[in-house]
Structures are given as C-alpha cells and as structure tokens.
Design a binder for this molecule. Structure first.
Ligand SMILES: [Zn+2]
Length: 259
C-alpha cells in the first residue's frame, strides 16, 4: 500500500468528518433533537398521529407517548415514591414502565378490567369497585382510564378510598383543547346519554370507546371526590426547554392528588 496516499486520504476523511460534525452541531442548535427519557432515543423524527393536536407524539424507538414520558419524568423527579417497599397501584399499565417497576423495591399491582389486553397485567380490577382495603396504596397511577369508565365519580371515590393518607394518586385524562381539538366548550365536560354508539362517540368525544369528552372542569370532579389537589402543572413547571426536548404537551395536566 502507498503509505503517503493512505495518510493523505485519512487526513481528508478526518477533516470532512470534522466539518460534518460542525454542520450537525449548527443544525442541532437551530433544531434541537428530541429525546425519549424512557429508552434514551435521540432524534428529530418523533411520530405524529392524525386527529391529535400535538405533532410529536410517539417515540420511534420504544413507542412511548407524551404522557408516558411525562409520568416517567415525574417519577424521576419524585424518587421517594418508589423507595422502601411502597405499594403501587397502576391502572392499564403501559409496558414501558415494566422494567422500571421491576427494578424497584415496591409492591407493584398492574391492573385492568381486561387483563388479556395488556401484556403486563396480572390482576383483573374494576376501578369502580377496587378489591383492596382503604388506605392501602402509597402511589396510584391512573392515566387515560376514566374516559372509558361508566361511573367516573365512583371510580375517583374508590381511588381516594384505597390511597393512604399522604399518598399520591397521579390522574390524567384526555381533554378537549389539549388532546383533541373538537369544536365544543373546553371548560365543560361533554357527556350525553344519546351519544351512545361508537360512531357518535367518535364524532363527539374523539374516540369510539370514550364515554365523555373532558373539559377543564374535570378538576371539579377530583375535588368533589374529596381528594386534595397538590398540583396540576408539573409539565409546565419543567420549562419549555425540557418540554421541547422530551416532546411533552405543555398544557397536559397531571393531577397530583392526595388525602
Ligand atoms: Zn423511547
């Protein structure tokens, strides 16, 4: 091999690589890459869904949605909730959390009314009639469940009943103006007896199996059930840089409840 030629070629490649890296850095300053806190993916191409307001919904590597990433960040910011053998109740648990909970010293209960639909659910539980004693759980996660439940007030009462005093329940629901952009008053929950077909639910509530379209008055249901509301603006408080980096929804509310 011609050593001189090889060295020259090598130096040229190093220079080209350096210039490319410089261009990439400049590009990333203008268009910062998105990151997934769950799987560590970094890139610009988070995936969108039709009919959903927010543009960067799904992580292309692990399939996480904005709310999974938000809950993940909440748990990272509140590590004590998963320490010292805490009891955790998780409705309709997302598979993304499996490794996290398995790696912690917690008594974990992943539950659902239809366990066969979830790969990591072991218990069948109706949220309107939770088969546990009162004051049992330290942490409850209930994300995008109540919109499927016929009596959501009863469900909220049950969540409060099984939560320990001083425990935390994280409650999220899809809301008009945040998850959906439907032409109805965003401050009022829309729920009508006559919208009881999959077609009408899809039209008025945004999804065929949703039983209502929540407005910002959802907070009143939480307070009526006797919960004390600790906060609802965790995501907003993370700041725009973090919100953009993890492709979160700035106005999505995590209702952080206690009793
Ligand atoms: Zn991911």
């Amino acid at each position: 091999m011609n050593i001189t030629f090889f060295n020259k070629r090598h130096l040229k490649l190093i220079k080209e690589n350096r210039e490319l890296r410089k261009k990439l850095n400049q590009y990333e300053q203008v268009y910062p890459p998105k990151e997934c806190p769950i799987c560590g993916y970094k890139g610009i191409d988070f995936q969108s869904y039709p009919n959903i307001i927010h543009k960067e919904v799904m992580c292309p590597a692990c399939g996480s949605h904005e709310r999974y990433r938000a809950i993940w960040l909440y748990l990272e910011n509140n590590k004590e909730l998963l320490e010292n053998h805490k009891k955790v109740l998780h409705f309709a648990p997302e598979i993304h959390f499996k490794e996290l909970f398995e790696s912690k010293d917690v008594e974990y209960h992943g539950v659902d009314l239809n366990p066969e639909r979830h790969p990591f659910v072991e218990e069948k539980v109706d949220i309107q009639d939770i088969p546990y004693n009162e004051n049992y759980f330290d942490l409850i996660i209930c994300s995008h469940v109540l919109e499927h439940v016929p009596d959501d007030i009863k469900a909220l009462n049950e969540l409060r009943r099984v939560l320990k005093p001083g425990g935390v329940a994280l409650i999220l629901v899809p809301m008009n103006g945040i998850s959906y952009n439907l032409p109805y008053d965003e401050s009022k929950t829309l729920e009508k007896e006559e919208y009881n077909t999959p077609e009408l639910r899809d039209k008025y509530y945004g999804q065929f199996d949703h039983l209502r379209l929540y407005g910002t008055d959802f907070k009143e249901r939480i307070l009526e059930s006797g919960f004390e509301l600790l906060s609802e603006d965790f995501i907003k408080r993370l700041g725009m840089e973090t919100i953009e980096r993890y492709a979160l929804i700035r106005d999505e509310r995590i209702y952080e409840c206690t009793k």
